[in-house]
Write a protein that binds this ligand. Structure first.
Ligand code: ASP
Length: 358
């Protein structure tokens, strides 16, 4: 851990957790080809040092490197480490807020994970956890990382009008709930936020804020963070033209515990998958339907009524539904061990039924 200015870690501060990503990336020829780079090369301490002169006076920062990866390689172990670090910091009286620098590829998964495991705690502790990243590596001309990091620090530390404690994300001057963030463009600077319900940082829009409050009112209890070796095995299968039953049948021979179907349109799948997916359910593989379209809602009764053992994912995209299903399977197992007769469906529905911010 290191701190700027040199303060004791017991003094009030913002904790900056480094996970890597393009924000910490380096291009070998930044002028000629900024998009050819390695993610996760620069330490979080250096990222913070780089913006030191712009950091609001009196704001003490402590940085901690948890990983320095290209986030396409994000693992269950990274999520457990991050979740535990965030929880610990939320409970630490000297931490005022938390900023996480992260690769944009899987911000979508991490955002949902943190909301489902730490969202209530952040709200009750009245602290903001802000995820941020960048689309350009740190040494590219016009790199977006420094301004994103500054926005995140400001949002984590300042008393922005009525914006409650919670899990948020900031990119390109806009903020949203982290569970709403998704990268939906390969290169645009606002790629992770462009389709997310969001608000300009520093000028919070009242209708967005009332959506945040509705989500927080509906989110009553955080789910447990799976222990390292307890993450359930869940895969995503995309339905497409020419889908073959063999694709599903392969999984029936494995130890997979859950399947998320990224279906076409409203979450439907190829008729040739109907029999093998029913077999999956009869083998107690948890099944969730979502849509590969990237937007909209997957309802339980469109196009057909779901059989028991299959849930529609609501507004959750396939990557989010996968994390939600992992957390739900783990929570159900922990609940059953504690003698509570709860199912993965009970936990999954808590996440999938959260109100949508428009
Ligand atoms: N591949 C990079 C990552 O997710 C992309 C980024 O950070 O924008 O780590």
């Amino acid at each position: 851990m290191s701190s700027i200015p040199n303060i004791s870690e017991n003094a009030p501060h913002i904790l900056v957790l480094g996970m890597g990503g393009t924000i910490a990336g380096l291009a070998s020829h930044p002028e000629e080809n900024p998009l050819q780079y390695q993610a996760g090369q620069v330490g979080v301490e250096a990222l913070v040092q780089h913006i030191q002169s712009a950091i609001p006076q009196g704001l003490a920062l402590v940085s901690r490197q948890l990983a320095n990866i290209n986030s396409r390689n994000l693992s269950d172990a990274h999520l457990t480490a991050l979740g535990l670090a965030v929880k610990e910091a939320l409970l630490d009286a000297s931490v005022r807020g938390i900023v996480i620098t992260h690769g944009t590829d899987t911000l979508e998964e991490t955002g949902l994970f943190l909301q489902a495991t730490c969202g209530k705690l952040a709200q009750t502790q009245a602290k903001r956890v802000i995820l941020t990243g960048a689309m350009l590596p740190s040494n590219a001309p016009g790199a977006d990382g420094p301004s994103n990091l500054l926005d995140a620090l400001r949002w984590a530390s300042t008393a922005i009008e009525n914006c409650p404690g919670g899990i948020y994300a900031v990119m390109d001057g806009r903020g949203c709930m982290a569970m709403d963030l998704a990268k939906r463009h390969a290169t645009a600077l606002n790629a992770p936020i462009q389709n997310s319900p969001s608000s300009s940082v520093g000028l919070i829009n009242p209708s967005w804020l009332s959506g945040v409050k509705a989500v927080q009112a509906a989110w009553n209890e955080d789910l447990p963070i799976p222990q390292l070796d307890k993450w359930p095995w869940v895969e995503i299968l995309t339905s497409h033209a020419g889908a073959r039953p063999e694709t599903v049948n392969q999984w029936l021979k494995s130890d997979v515990q859950g399947l998320v179907v990224a279906g076409s349109g409203q979450g439907g799948f190829h008729d040739d998958w109907a029999a093998p997916l029913s077999k999956a359910i009869s083998q107690s593989i948890a099944l969730v339907r979502t849509s590969r379209t990237g937007a909209g809602t997957t309802l339980p009764n469109i196009p057909e009524t779901d059989p028991p053992g299959c849930l529609a994912a609501g507004v959750l995209s396939a990557p989010r539904a996968r994390i939600a299903l992992q957390l739900a399977l783990n929570a159900a197992e922990e609940a059953n061990l504690a003698g509570k007769p709860l199912t993965w469906q009970d936990f999954f529905a808590r996440i999938a039924d959260l109100p949508e911010i428009r």
